[in-house]
Design a protein around this ligand. Structure first.
Ligand SMILES: Nc1ncnc2c1ncn2[C@@H]1O[C@H](COP(=O)(O)OP(=O)(O)OP(=O)(O)O)[C@@H](O)[C@H]1O
Length: 547
């Protein structure tokens, strides 16, 4: 835990004593929930309604995830305003408004948790569309999964993370201000309706405040320690500072405040004692040290909870596996550890840093929407730490690698890189080539390891190349099980990397490999397979369909 540098932390009155939390709000009185005068009432779209029903009634899921979903939305909104400010500096505002951060604060007496960002905010139209009336494409997918007994925790992957707030809330207010519109407040108790009204409460400047009125059974989220744990666990690598408004009891020396009073009393006493002292031999003695009196006082301050330094800018050797895993979860909204990752720096004409992760299971609808979605949304593109887009698609990765998740940050690209530029940019082509090579290197390493393990099992270990043990022997099998199909598609589609990939193809799963008894058998199967590939250089599709 790091205490914020006073210059970076949000400004509060110095040493606020027992002060109320920074104003985040509009009405927090439960008697008026959703009943603001003049508020327009809306009905949730039917699928959204079903989704909310499932969330609000899900008793056994991990409720913690709501915070990571909301922080992730806040971070996206901050990325968006920073991007808009590239072409129009005025968008960012000045002073506090220009400090891009996320603030969490609690009102324990009212059991309200608030999350504030100074991101792009939402117009009234955005509010209506995004938070209620338009079901995202992921909604039906999520509902389908739930029907099959799926886990609510997967919600983030379906792009409907906001609604997870109803895991812990029975009433939510979203106060938001977009540069192009007035300040509005959205409210819903998840009863099928929501309301929107112009907000005449405190001016929030720009961005969004979400006031979460916690359910009685979710009171643990009104504890500072719980929030600190959650940010540490799920959101540590969000690259904007996350602050928590904390309350601390401190011992304050009584003299500090009562100095003057005591001094005055002291003066009076001194005068009275002067004559006695004149006769007293102990005149030169040091006055006896009395223990300093203190009293307890409540102080508030913004405490910084995360290290917002971008992980991809650090040296790979300085990043621990645990940090990579956490970072992956932050950017992917996956709750499982990744299968593997590559983190490297591209040098030369095109400079960039990249961190790419391979999820442990194929992302939702990757194969189902292979041609429709391809590599869209797989990578986030940054230019000198400024988020540019996550709509990179095949400019950065071939379709068959669209299951990867990660970040590419380039110093070479211009900040105003546009969609058209992306399609023709030579720099992006170079980056793409290097990304694919690095990922293929990782896959090849797993493949080589597996081969060595099989050799060792057959008693034919090469002394110069000792076989790894344990998990390393199984990595290729795991990879193939999830992504074998993508490799087969890739070999058809990606002529540039075809030869490299051909050496990595398998014609059986790791399970059948277990049954192989000798290396000869293994090698002959491999050779047979590869021979077929080369023979069939002109007819990939028909070949791929048969295995
Ligand atoms: N703090 C916020 N600031 C601005 N817009 C927001 C904020 N939170 C949510 N939104 C808007 O509401 C939309 C819906 O959010 P939701 O979390 O349900 O889905 P998502 O963010 O698009 O997907 P995912 O959960 O995968 O990130 C967002 O796309 C965004 O446009």
């Amino acid at each position: 835990v790091v205490f914020a540098d006073a210059t970076d932390a949000p400004q509060v009155e110095e040493g606020v004593v027992g002060g109320s939390r920074p104003g985040l709000g509009t009405e927090t009185d439960s008697a008026t929930r959703g009943k603001r005068e003049g508020a327009e009432q809306f009905v949730f779209q039917a699928e959204v309604n079903r989704l909310m029903d499932i969330i609000i009634n899900s008793l056994y899921s991990n409720k913690d995830i709501f915070l990571r979903e909301l922080i992730s939305n806040a971070s996206d909104a901050l990325d968006k305003i920073r991007f808009l400010a590239l072409t129009d500096k005025g968008q960012l505002g000045e002073g506090e408004a220009a400090k891009l951060d996320i603030q969490l604060s609690l009102d324990p007496s009212k059991k309200v948790l608030s999350i504030r960002d100074k991101g792009v905010g939402m117009t009234k139209e955005d509010l209506i569309k995004n938070l209620g009336t338009i079901a995202k494409s992921g909604t039906s997918g999520f509902l389908e999964q739930m029907q099959k007994g799926g886990d609510v925790n997967l919600i983030g992957q379906f792009g409907v993370g906001f609604y997870s707030v109803y895991l812990v809330a029975d009433w939510v207010e979203v106060i938001t201000k977009h540069n192009d519109d007035k300040q509005y407040v959205w409210q819903s108790t998840a009863d099928g309706h929501f309301s929107i009204a112009e907000d005449d409460g405190e001016d929030i400047g720009r961005g969004t405040v979400i006031n979460i009125h916690l359910k009685p059974e979710a009171q643990e989220y009104s504890e500072e320690s719980k929030l600190k744990d959650l940010v540490h666990k799920y959101s540590e690598f969000i690259h904007f500072p996350i602050y928590l408004w904390t309350e601390k009891e401190v011992d304050v020396p009584v003299e500090e405040e009562d100095q003057k009073e005591e001094a005055d009393q002291g003066e009076a006493k001194k005068d009275a004692d002067d004559e006695e002292v004149a006769d007293d031999e102990s005149e030169d003695e040091e006055p006896e040290e009395t223990p300093k009196k203190t009293r307890k006082e409540k102080r508030h301050e913004w405490e910084l909870l995360n290290d917002s330094q971008a992980i991809w800018l650090r040296q790979p050797k300085d990043v621990s596996d645990e940090e990579y895993k956490k970072f992956y979860k932050t950017i992917s909204q996956d709750y499982a550890d990744p299968m593997g990752w590559v983190h490297f720096k591209g040098e030369g004409d095109v400079e960039f840093k990249a961190t790419l992760f391979m999820p442990s299971t194929t992302p939702h609808e990757y194969y189902e929407k292979y041609y429709e979605k391809g590599a869209k949304g797989a990578l986030k593109l940054y230019v000198r730490r400024v988020f540019i887009t996550d709509d990179t698609g095949e400019e950065l990765l071939p379709r068959w690698l669209g299951f990867l998740r990660g970040i590419v940050d380039s110093d070479t690209l211009p900040l105003n890189v546009s969609r058209e530029m992306m399609q023709t940019s030579a720099a992006l082509k170079t980056i793409k080539k290097k990304l694919v090579r690095k990922v293929l290197d990782l896959i090849k390493k797993w493949s080589d390891d597996e081969l060595k393990c099989r050799k060792a099992e057959a008693g034919e270990e090469d002394e110069d190349e000792p076989a790894p043990t344990g998990e390393a022997c199984e990595m290729y099998g795991k990879f193939w099980e999830q992504y074998g199909r993508a490799m087969k598609l890739g070999i058809v589609e990606d002529a540039t990397n075809r030869n490299r990939m051909a050496k990595l193809l398998r014609f059986h799963t790791s399970k059948s490999l277990d049954k192989l008894t000798s290396l000869d058998e293994y090698v002959s199967r491999m050779k047979e397979g590869q021979k077929q590939i080369y023979y069939l250089a002109g007819g990939w599709m028909s070949y791929c369909c048969c295995f």
